[in-house]
Ligand binder design. Structure first.
Ligand code: CA
Length: 236
């Protein structure tokens, strides 16, 4: 496969030919390259050998479950990922975001909607432009953190973090109030659009993933666990 390196490449995993055709057509019109797989496992194999710019993943695949595939992908690959699913069930949306997807789209959808969501996610994870970067509130002298609220981007020790939407929101909340101890319910209230306290364990999953991303850059323990209470951010 001779890819044009200047073109964005989308990995599409979708077993419904008609949906795949419509998406491929719309994506190619944007000037993007599409690698289409109708099965999950060959797509995983491809990802282990090639870099792509975006992953669009159907949840219901003939050979595996899209959620399981996403978990496997996320063990080593942080490429932005959007789920497609036949059912617009809240539980599926939560599972999808919990295991590291950046967004979720329920069928039926228009290809235009998928295109615009991909663009939004790319904008969120694009490199920080220094002119628009502002230091976070309450960390005036700190060069450790930089937050661009408009682009939903946060840098840590000068390196931009690749965050999912909820990881970004959680970290933004923690950064605005360093050293404050938050309960899971408070964090969910502050960071979620539609807080649902029955899924507070979601917070733990996102904190775990955030810690991993921060530790790649610096090994210090920055998010502190308060046993039986919640979490706080160490002031640095
Ligand atoms: Ca399917």
């Amino acid at each position: 496969m001779h890819n044009d390196i200047n073109k964005k490449t989308i990995l599409l995993v979708e077993d419904d030919d008609a949906i795949a055709d419509a998406l491929i057509y719309a994506m190619q019109r944007e000037g993007w390259q599409v690698q289409w797989f109708s099965l999950g496992l060959p797509a995983l194999g491809y990802l282990q050998q090639h870099q792509v710019d975006f992953i669009v993943l159907d949840v219901g695949l003939p050979d595996c479950n899209g959620f399981d595939l996403c978990r496997q992908i996320r063990q080593s690959i942080q490429t932005p990922l959007l789920f497609l699913t036949a059912r617009n069930e809240e539980v599926e949306r939560i599972i999808g975001l919990e295991i590291g997807a950046d967004d979720y789209c329920a069928k039926p959808f228009s290809p235009r909607e998928i295109i615009s969501r991909i663009r939004v996610i790319w904008r969120r994870s694009a490199p920080v432009a220094s002119a628009t970067t502002s230091s976070i509130v309450n960390t005036s002298a700190s060069t450790v953190w930089a937050c661009d609220a408009e682009k939903m981007q946060i840098s840590y020790y000068g390196q931009q973090l690749s965050l999912t939407r909820y990881e970004y929101r959680l970290l933004e909340v923690l950064l605005k109030h360093p050293e404050r101890v938050w309960s899971r319910a408070q964090l969910m209230q502050a960071a979620w659009e539609n807080p649902d306290h029955s899924v507070e364990r979601t917070i733990d999953t996102h904190i775990k993933s955030l810690r991993h991303k921060l530790n790649v850059i610096n090994e210090q323990e920055i998010i502190i666990t308060h046993r039986g209470v919640g979490y706080s951010l160490r002031k640095i």
